[in-house]
Design a protein around this ligand. Structure first.
Ligand code: HEM
Length: 470
């Protein structure tokens, strides 16, 4: 008997050979949106010799998020990061070691550590905004990018780097960043100038962190930061402690996971706050309520209570996830049920989900282009109603973001300090999206006028508040 033929997903129609590549390069998110409307939630795009199968929406993406590494792996699609992170961490190592290293991340980002990180974030945000003076105009995007790197340096890289080595380390990180150009995804070792600079920077960073680690070990000083947590980490398999190179690589991975993503998110969030007076009024009202309950102090527990600010951030990320496409490599055929049909996605396909497309599906999020932080309140919960993977700006399942709580604390801290001490006004139009980037954010500067003032009830436009908050 002949084996039953597989029902493959529909294929995106393009001109032969290079058509798929052109469509893909022209904008993978726009392509995925159009093909979703044309072909449904599961379809394949042929990009040169690769087949990329898209799984759009919660009804079809479960396998992507839940399948074990042996079936659906990250290594093949993300290994271009190896020269940046280093030869002995994350996508360079076998899965059991990677799992141990992810455990080190979890340990470094657990609540007991986050409490201390928030104190440092508050200090950084206050010190940074103190330099703004009483009024002026800034590019909010550039300012937030800087503030995010300062807070991340302090909490992740450590006080030594933040206080004494910040200039050199930021330049080296810049070189690492510049060493990640589109061609690096296909040819990460191509002998081009930006790659050579990247490799030099990686080497120098290891020397710098090696020095800091040795100093800490000799002095016996224990700091509360991610670096300390990595220094203290040991592999369960053989009890071995981490090396200098591993600590450096893990810190770089954390910065690459958290720097652009958080600074982009905080920029969009600022643009929405300035553009939506009723959202701003509620955010200010929440700050006043916190001050009434807890006094002026900002700490981990107070910030954890800022639900409305968290919902603004969540809604910002639904509309503008910085990571627009997540990828895996299928090591085995797998079946997907979709609209009463079963498709088999063959082994060897790259599979893709898109937080950008998933976040704007009208069946999951009614009125998807409308910024509405109340989508997530009890009773509505649009992020849960359609299934487990309806809300994916932080991914989900086996490889969900390990820095999510850190990012929520960092961005809420920054906005608490800003909302309590300044009023802001957007100069010019609401920003457009810069699609032409690996991590997608707002295009151009976000020109912003600010004026210092102490937040009081008089600043809150009460006619814009919902009845329940009055
Ligand atoms: C994974 C988004 C902040 C560390 C991920 C993934 C997404 C994501 C979508 C899953 C990638 C995939 O499935 O292929 C974000 C966003 C952030 C953010 C939107 C900020 C708004 C951070 C921060 C850190 C971090 C601050 C560290 C301090 C990580 C790590 C992983 C990860 C280590 C890998 C987890 C794994 O593969 O098991 N992030 N991230 N992220 N993120 Fe984040």
């Amino acid at each position: 008997m002949r084996p039953k033929s597989k029902n493959l997903p529909p294929v995106v129609r393009t001109i032969p050979v290079i058509g798929g590549l052109l469509k893909f390069l022209n904008g993978p998110v726009q392509m995925a949106r159009e093909e979703y409307d044309r072909l449904g939630p599961v379809f394949t795009c042929k990009v040169l010799t690769r087949n990329i199968t898209f799984l759009i929406g919660p009804e079809v993406s479960e396998n992507f998020f839940k399948a074990p590494e042996a079936e659906m792996s990250q290594k093949e699609v993300y290994k271009f990061n190896v020269p940046t992170f280093g030869p002995d961490v994350v996508f360079a190592v076998d899965y059991p070691i990677r799992v141990e290293q992810y455990r080190f991340f979890m340990e470094a980002l657990k609540v007991s550590r986050l409490k201390g990180y928030v104190d440092a974030m508050v200090e950084e945000a206050q010190e940074f905004t103190a330099k703004w003076g009483d009024e002026g105009e800034v590019d909010l995007k550039a300012e937030l990018e800087h503030l995010i790197i300062l807070t991340a340096s302090r909490c992740l890289l450590g006080i030594e780097v933040r206080r004494h080595l910040f200039g050199e380390v930021s330049e080296l990180i810049y070189d690492l960043d510049q060493g990640m150009v589109p061609i690096s995804v296909l040819f990460p070792y191509l002998p081009i100038a930006v790659h050579r600079k990247r490799d030099k920077a990686r080497k120098r960073l290891e020397e710098i962190f090696g020095g800091v680690i040795e100093k800490r070990k000799k002095s016996g000083v224990q700091e509360n930061d991610m670096l300390q947590s990595f220094i203290d980490s040991k592999y369960k398999a053989d009890g071995r402690p981490t090396t200098h190179s591993e600590c450096t690589g893990l810190l770089i991975a954390a910065l690459f996971g958290g720097q652009h993503t958080s600074s982009i998110t905080s920029s969009w969030m600022g643009a929405y706050l300035m553009n939506k007076p009723s959202v701003l009024a509620q955010a200010q009202q929440e700050q006043l309520e916190m001050i009434k309950k807890h006094g002026e102090e900002l700490n981990h527990d107070v910030i954890c209570n800022m639900d409305y600010l968290a919902r603004i951030m969540k809604e910002t990320l639904r509309m503008h996830p910085p990571l627009v496409m997540l990828l895996r490599y299928a090591h085995k055929d797998f079946d997907v049920e979709c609209n009463g049909k079963t498709y088999t996605v063959p082994k060897g396909h790259v599979t893709a989900v898109s937080p950008s497309v998933a976040g704007r599906l009208p069946l999951v999020y009614p009125n998807p282009d409308n910024f509405d932080p109340d989508r997530y309140i009890p009773g509505r919960e649009e992020d849960k109603k359609a299934g487990a993977f309806s809300y994916i700006p932080f991914g989900g399942g086996r490889h969900g973001c390990l820095g999510e709580t850190f990012a929520y604390m960092q961005i809420r801290t920054i906005y608490s300090v800003m909302l309590r001490n300044f009023e802001f006004e957007l100069v010019g139009d609401f920003p457009e999206v810069e699609w032409n980037a690996l991590v997608v954010g707002p295009k151009g500067p976000i020109k912003t006028k600010y004026r210092r003032r102490k937040l009081s009830q008089a600043d809150v436009k009460t006619d814009l508040l919902p009845q329940s908050t009055l």
